[in-house]
Design a protein around this ligand. Sequence first.
Ligand code: HEM
Length: 467
Amino acid sequence: MDGIPKGAGFQPPAPVPRTVPPSRLEIIRTVLKNPLELWGLPSYTWPWIVTRFFGQTTIIANDPGLIRHVLVDNAANYEMSEIRQLVLRPILRDGLLTAEGPVWKRSRKAMAPVFTPRHARGFARQMREQSEQFLERYEAGTEGVVRDIAVDMTELTYAILSETLFSGGIVSEKGDFAKDVDDLLHSMGRIDPFDLLRAPKWIPRLTRLRGLGVLRKFRDLVRRTMDQRRTMIQTDREKAPDDFLTLLLELEGPDGLTPEEIEDNILTFIGAGHETTARALAWTLYCVAHSPDILDAMEQEIDTVIASGADPVEWLDQMPNVRASFEEAMRLYPPAPSINRDAIADDRYAAPNGEVVDIAKGTTVLVMPWTLHRHELYWDRPRIFDPSRFLPGEREKIGRFQYLPFGAGPRVCIGATFALQEAVIALAVLMQKYRFQTTPQTKPWPVQKLTTQPAGGLPMRITPRKP
Ligand code: HEM
């Protein structure tokens, strides 16, 4: 089986780093429109930058040692950044992503067993089945179909999430719960101009008020989902699926989670657990479509492994080319482009070369996979799509704090193994049967909303592969 040739290269679209600092008005406009367009050359070439941003001391941290200090070594001194909490907490309340302190600690410990690598392996069969079922929509003759794969991948990852964690048991009125959750997060989960200006919290944010009715409807659906499953558990525990939803409900109690926290986590896991993976899958298919050698290596690998009858549990290990392409797509288009923290108390980082960064109480530290993964100091040809960086033998040379699609430290993504396994299985199933090609209309532009998404969608022609 051929490996991906080293040095293969396609440069996918991304904003060119600014060489002139933006005006204050331009900053506001860009943050609201697309923060990825804000960063200047220093953000891609300097280890750190200390600056003021709307009256707030802000450190852009690219240096792996500094990142490790903030996310791991002194993580107790940092909380989720205020701006992120302003955006997400009204929706997700005390769900794992937005909880802090003892609630977070208790919840993380309680839910961790479902996401251990061993447990995640147990989902492999369902991941394959859901991906195969999903393929039925492409059966449209040899000419193929043109579809927006950004939308398709969101539906696929939602189907996988809903089947693996909730056994398909989420109560829905119209059957498009996934789209409704996305709409909710995108309407309410936006930075409001008042947030940027740090206006007092009592000033209503119009962007969020609009979503409140939808949010109420959702919470109602989630409560009905919980009630249905509770009844099932009480009537006949044996018949209730042994899934995440049952586990959450069994955690309810004085030492476990409150009913509100369970509700918050159902919404959180739906929100955090499918759009991220969907974005990375879509960007992978797009980048691979422009890289014939890489496509070839992936197809050969997929054909060989599937023909050998290997169990999908083994695919993650047996398909290094597929995994490398997915990891490289997450380098260039990290689904979570920004992981921000605020310092609780004064702190100081001393670099091995003797330089010191003073981090005063209240400082915002921006750890941005977007700039870090494209940084001139840490990557060779950083803007080129080259999955060979992630093949065994090369992968080990990438520093732990230089590549952070899933974050790091106590708040590292709980679903990382789940997502990697899901991605390799989904790509293998899709690419075994079909080839995804760009069309003249495929002109994606990366935009930071909650995730790094392709503005204008990702229309691709999907044709059956020759047997
Ligand atoms: C490619 C897919 C994914 C990416 C890139 C991703 C990325 C991330 C990142 C960067 C964080 C850390 C945020 C921070 O430190 O501020 C995070 C946290 C989280 N992720 Fe993911 N994620 C992915 C898939 C998933 C999946 C599949 C699930 C659930 C099934 C999930 C659930 C969560 C949750 C609940 C948290 C909060 C953890 C905590 O604070 O303890 N994610 N994710």
